[in-house]
Design a protein around this ligand. Structure first.
Ligand code: CUA
Length: 313
């Protein structure tokens, strides 16, 4: 039996203690006002009690100072809470440039994870300690939520959309991974673990897993297999250097070619037509899994990378 009692889960990421501080502040504010109101109710009910049958209270005129006081003070407190939590939220959804990127696909009822060199895991995520990690996540079916209490990290995982979750683990160990969004009758079984390892042990672990095809290579293969190059680069826009670039569309607007745009262009190609092109491309919805779309995007990203390195040379 586990005899250690904890009020809060372990803290094992750089965010954890910051989230806890905000949580304690919220509780302190709530407790302060709960006690204040409780004490005032008691005090007022005694102080202003009816003393005789004939007593009639005098009408109370508006007290402007009091009205301002109890409007401005709560407003300032909520602004502190808002800016504090917004800052944490932004930190959690942005990761440094050198972050280790890992793909996550949620599906009923498992977490499918793929590292950049192709290693795959199911319901487990191995990461090195002290290294910023960025998860790029999507769902194959319904809404799931990737939740690691020890990191105080939770992010919904949505079908047809990419969400990111950034964290830096600070302590070696094994931590619970939960799905935190009800996703069907085996939702409670959609659990796993995050294993934080010393960097050298992590490298050894990585070397010991027989890698699957790396996502970018698998994407290149899919690109050929589905005949994408029959059009792209000729009747269709080229993929070289596309990722991250601003794209002009037929309707005069521009979009940045990020993961979301590429995903949409594969499943709903008619939505955003690049200027000067005609909507010829068929939808690949139902033909490609979310993992395959992630692989295609990894391939398109790699074209961007090789082009920019050529420019540097
Ligand atoms: Cu997936 Cu709950």
């Amino acid at each position: 039996m586990d005899t250690s009692f904890r009020l809060l889960p372990e803290t094992a990421s750089t965010m954890a203690s910051q989230v806890d501080a905000l949580y304690f502040f919220l509780n302190a504010v709530a407790a302060f006002f709960a006690l204040l109101i409780f004490a005032l109710i008691l005090y007022f009910s005694l102080r202003y009690r009816r003393r005789s049958e004939s007593e009639r209270p005098a009408p109370v005129a508006t007290n402007l100072k009091l009205e301002l006081l109890w409007t401005i003070i709560p407003f300032l407190i909520t602004m502190v809470l808002f800016s504090w939590s917004a800052r944490l939220f932004i930190q959690m959804s942005h990761s440094p440039k050198d972050a280790m990127r890992i793909n996550v696909v949620g599906k009923q009822w498992m977490w499918k994870i793929q590292h950049q060199d192709g290693q795959r895991e199911i319901n487990a995520l191995h990461v090195p300690v002290g290294k910023p990690i960025e998860l790029m996540m999507t769902s194959q079916d319904v809404i799931h939520s990737f939740y690691v209490p020890a990191f105080r990290a939770k992010q919904d995982v949505l079908p047809g959309s990419y969400s990111r979750l950034a964290f830096t683990p600070t302590k070696v160990g094994e931590y619970h991974l939960f799905c935190a969004e009800y996703c069907g009758d085996q939702h409670s079984g959609m659990i796993g673990k995050v294993v934080v390892m010393e960097p050298d042990k992590y490298d050894a672990w990585l070397a010991g897993v027989i890698p699957d095809e790396p996502p970018a290579l698998a994407g290149e293969r899919l690109f050929a297999q589905y005949g994408c190059m029959a059009c792209h680069g000729q009747r269709g826009p080229t993929m070289a250097g596309l990722y991250g670039r601003k794209v002009e569309l037929n309707d005069g607007t521009t979009v940045v070619a990020d993961e979301q745009y590429l995903h949409e262009s594969i499943f709903d190609p008619a939505n955003k037509i690049v200027r000067g092109f005609t909507p010829l491309m068929p939808s690949f919805r139902g033909q490609l899994t979310e993992e395959q779309v992630m692989q295609l995007i990894a391939y398109i990203k790699s074209l961007q990378y090789s082009q920019s390195t050529q420019e540097q040379q």
